[in-house]
Ligand binder design. Sequence first.
Ligand code: HEM
Length: 473
Amino acid sequence: MGYVLNYILFLLPIFVTFILVRKSKKIAQTRAKLPPGSMGWPYIGETLELYSQDPNDFFAAKQKRYGEIFKTHLLGCPCVMLASPEAAKFVLVTQAHLFKPTYPKSKEQMIGPSALFFHQGEYHTRLRKLVQNSLSPDAIRILVPDIESIAISTLDSWAGGCLINIFHEMKKFTFDVGILSIFGNLDAKYKEELKKNYFIMDKGYNSFPTNIPGTTYHKALTARKSLSKILNYIVSERKERSPGNRDLLGYLMNFKDENGNHLTENQIADNIIGVLFAAQDTTASVLTWILKYLHDYPKLLESVKAEQMAIYESNERGNRPLTWAQTRSMRLTLKVILESLRMASIISFTFREAVADVEYKGYLIPKGWKVMPLFRNIHHNPEFFENPHKFDPSRFEVSPKPNTFMPFGNGVHACPGNELAKQQMLILIYRLLTKHRWKVVGYQSGIQYSPFPVPNQGLPARFWKDSCTPREG
Ligand code: HEM
């Protein structure tokens, strides 16, 4: 009996503490209220409102009405939107462990569930290190001549005055650069097979996920399986030849954990497809916007061209290859790229999910709710960017305030490919402005979502080599 009493006396303070902690937590929770905003209709919430207008107008109107933090309900999920630099930093950097990445299951299945951006914690950190190493300045420095060759052959394929869809053509360029950074110089037969299947997969990625033979989605899943097979061939061939390469495939193949385990074939394939996917459409959309802005601002175009011509002349009219140092000296061109990233904000927001109840500035973000830092709203806030709707590269003569410019995200999931993205844009602009001219044809102002925003119809245009005179039309 005495033993039982001792036991109770021992447990009592623990129990009381537990109750008090829970109670104080509950009080904190009940004190914190949900952010302002409206949740719309049952289940569909405000999804129709979002899709019946330009999504940017939807978010801007909400911010105007409710302020920098507001709630809504989209695609069956309650969401908290955050439109201030501090809130974005809270979610993506300082409290990133409380917010996990979240994607629809169908998208995860398509890319491959082991791709790093679906993960948090140790697996993510490991994979991220490998991807970062393969995209480090040292690794991409040596790619300059090869990227220049890709830019030359891409631009030559446009020359001759045929009408082209700039966005579609830019996707071919960014695909080829992606392949180069992942595999180095890959055998042409593998490259063609990867390209064929990747473009089928890409087409089905945003289609309605009905897995019935004949649908775009089903074709995409089939192409995804073929991609895995091709990648497995490439891996086994590389094992026999030179696994030591310092490209992404080399880093993935050489990885061993503390127990000596290598990555599985699926982990390698999912991460290769994931990187290609993260690299291609994003960079192609931004390049399309850059051409649109240069076309809209002829004086600026002349100044950028002058910067590029000086390098071209010093390279014996383009006969000597461009160097890394020269890409670093393209100051005005870089500002045009940064301003295009800000203006177009092609990734206007990102998604996370709260893994616990979180309190931010007196507001409750309940566990399981989606959380969306709104990059575009921050990039277009006059408090941080004066006259935000004006395209003005000179604003980047001074650095933006901390956490106000996040075209490549922020924190643990920030874009590891940002230097490669900028580098390939600089190189393409160099070859375009020094050797070619172009004319936008029949452009109707407006934006299309594919899924990132791009100028309507992908900005149709005709291109000529500079030695040829364009005909009107
Ligand atoms: C202009 C072009 C690009 C833009 C605007 C862009 C933007 C972004 C953004 C905003 C994120 C963070 C997403 C989030 O936090 O949810 C991200 C992540 C990522 N990006 Fe990029 N990106 C670009 C090009 C590239 C390129 C060229 C590569 C690779 C070669 C790449 C690879 C990745 C990867 C692997 C991630 C996931 C990182 C992680 O989860 O740790 N991106 N990108």
